[in-house]
Design a protein around this ligand. Structure first.
Ligand SMILES: *Cc1c(COP(=O)(O)O)cnc(C)c1O
Length: 354
């Protein structure tokens, strides 16, 4: 089975080998050293700056999204949520669940997020924060980080970025774009098993929110994670095996170079998009993340092609939910992928359509 999905993704042999080993006990100096080293590396890869904190949570990405909402906002806030697909919608659901006032900026299928749309929604209200999935994996749209950053700075909004599916695929620099909270997860371009997520916090949100708000959660209490990580530990048992997988992945990324990995993913995405066009299929017109390509089937047979890829060719792409599912599926370019993998997938799609 070959995965062309966004997460779990095709893994690398060196991290898969880690999976078979005995999991060590973790309240030890040796494990603390590993934790401290991966924490520093993750901050470096995010270009988070020296004063940021990076917390490691044992949860899927949604856990980290929820943890940020619970630790950084309360009923006094009013948040602006970019709801341009299933993951933006999840942020809105989380605000509702935790009774945090919010408004959504909703995008129609095919619509590009522009500043005018934010201004329109904002008119007449005071907001305290903005929540966005930099790459809205539901549609493949990559939002304009520069525009969103400038908007948040002008309006003095806390800027929360779910970069789960953009990290390592698209350019991202936390400090440069004044991001206050960045959310990551292990099973996307980090190419690890699911189970770990990360939250990087700016000094501003730490001082003005995390430190001041009363904890509403025990498992996700950021203050507890922050005091523990100073000695290389987490409040509860972390996904120890995943930390070792992460350590190996970081060594790979640092050796190869972050910029090179982003450039390589961009090249694979570009190549795939050219070849898809040659088949008479297309991609949406809005800006796309390098992480994935939504493929538009003009005859509405995306689901049939998805099924045939799975059963006849043992290739898995990301089907889309709801009405959109007939029209598109998404092909991921993150993980252990090459241009040759594109050729195999293209040839399979061609075979199915013929
Ligand atoms: C995958 C993903 C998540 C996390 O989903 P989980 O299933 O909870 O890991 C969150 N946001 C985006 C944009 C994603 O692509």
């Amino acid at each position: 089975m070959k995965l062309y999905t966004l997460g779990p993704v095709e893994m690398f042999p060196f991290t898969m080998n880690t999976g078979g080993k005995q999991v060590p006990y973790f309240r030890t100096d040796e494990f603390s050293e590993v934790m401290l080293s991966v924490t520093e590396s993750m901050k470096r890869l995010l270009k988070a700056g020296d004063r940021a904190e990076l917390l490691t949570l044992t949860a899927s990405g949604t856990g980290a999204m929820e943890a940020v909402i619970m630790n950084c906002f309360d009923q006094q806030d009013r948040l602006l949520v970019i709801d341009g697909g299933s993951f933006g919608h999840r942020f809105a659901e989380l605000c509702k669940m935790h009774r945090i006032p919010f408004d959504t900026v909703e995008l129609q299928w095919g619509e590009t997020l522009e500043r005018g749309k934010l201004e329109e929604t904002c008119a007449g209200h005071d907001y305290t924060g903005l929540l966005v999935n930099l790459h809205e994996s539901g549609t493949g749209q990559l939002y304009d980080l520069n525009m969103l950053s400038a908007f948040c700075q002008e309006k003095r909004l806390f800027f929360v970025v779910d970069a789960i599916s953009a990290f390592l695929a698209d350019k991202f620099e936390m400090e440069k774009y004044s991001v206050d909270a960045t959310i990551l997860s292990s099973q996307k371009a980090l190419s690890l098993a699911p189970g770990l997520s990360f939250v990087a916090l700016s000094e501003r949100i730490l001082q003005e929110r995390v430190d001041k708000l009363q904890a509403k959660t025990m498992y996700f209490n950021f203050k507890d994670y922050i005091s523990n990580i100073k000695r290389g530990q987490t409040p509860f048992t972390p996904a120890v095996r995943l930390i070792y997988e992460l350590k190996e992945m970081i060594a790979y990324i640092e050796d190869k170079g972050l910029e090179n990995i982003v450039a390589e993913t961009a090249a694979i995405a570009q190549d795939f998009r050219c070849k898809i066009n040659a088949l008479g299929l297309s991609c949406p017109g809005y800006p796309l993340s390098n992480a994935s390509t939504p493929v538009v089937f003009p005859e509405g047979n995306a689901q049939e092609v998805y099924q045939a890829l799975k059963t006849k060719y043992r290739m898995i792409v990301n089907p889309s939910g709801g009405e959109l599912g007939k029209k598109i599926f998404r092909v991921a370019h993150i993980g252990n992928h090459t241009i040759e993998d594109n050729d195999q997938l293209i040839s399979a799609i061609k075979g199915i359509l013929a």
